[in-house]
Design a protein around this ligand. Structure first.
Ligand code: C5P
Length: 233
């Protein structure tokens, strides 16, 4: 039997790297909040999906009001975020039952396509963890900063041929994810895959979409707007 499908949309970050007066997930892309655009991809890709939206506590009323004013009537479970992304995910998992299929996605990645999301949900029925990755195209330098100057870290080289960037949505069977999130927080947990891997579980991977960028800085927003307008033409 197919697992019940959930998406946890992570939007409880403060967006400090954007330097704007509002967290980036609420800024506009094509006339709508980035968060709405992201959620619409999942609603289109996975019929009957249940969305858990994780928000900064002080923006929960703002988001309710936004949805009402913009007639964005998607049923969603609103959850307040935590100190770090790890703690935000842990809060959201309280609302997810065992035996479900969960995609955890950054609310600031609205350019993932519905076709790719649908394919991830379909393939993840067969494997407990499925992580989209893109091959590293830059040459990587391993450096450290010393008194304001960058210098090479001796004896450490990065072999680009084995380096991949992890994206979201990262897919998990909920029992695997809930068990992994019982671990104590560690600063090296930068995504959900690292939490599950530390818990002794192996991961499966699939090549992701290059344009599924995480809107983190002003430059990313410029890029996202350009990609979005080209797609609409
Ligand atoms: O900070 P970072 O860029 O890794 O954030 C990735 C995603 O996690 C963003 O969508 C952000 O809103 C979310 N986040 C969260 N709770 C936090 C920190 C980040 O939901 N405490």
């Amino acid at each position: 039997m197919e697992r019940k499908r959930y998406a946890i949309i992570m939007a409880a970050g403060s967006g400090s790297r954007m330097g704007a007066d509002m967290p980036k997930q609420f800024m506009k892309l094509g006339g709508k909040a980035i968060l709405q655009r992201t959620m619409e991809v999942f609603l289109e890709a996975v019929p009957g999906i249940t969305i858990v939206t994780v928000l900064p506590e002080q923006y929960i009323d703002y988001w309710k009001e936004y949805c009402y004013r913009n007639s964005f009537t998607c049923p969603q479970i609103l959850v307040k975020g935590g100190m770090t992304r790890f703690h935000s995910v842990r809060n959201a998992l309280e609302r997810i039952p065992e035996g479900a299929l969960v995609g955890i996605h950054d609310g600031v990645r609205p350019l993932v396509t519905p076709g790719f999301v649908a394919e991830l949900y379909s393939r993840a029925e067969a494997v407990p963890s499925l992580i989209p990755v893109t091959p590293c195209i830059e040459t990587i330098k391993v450096l450290r900063e010393k008194e304001g100057v960058l210098e090479a870290v001796p004896g450490v080289e990065a072999d680009r041929s084995v380096l991949y960037g992890a994206q979201t949505p990262q897919m998990f069977w909920s029992e695997v994810l809930k068990d992994a999130y019982l671990q104590a927080y560690d600063t090296s947990f930068t995504d959900d895959a690292s939490v599950v891997e530390r818990n002794g579980k192996s991961l499966s991977f699939m090549i992701g979409e290059r344009l599924n960028i995480k809107i983190t800085t002003q430059e990313d927003l410029v890029l996202a707007r350009a990609i979005d307008s080209i797609r609409r033409d």
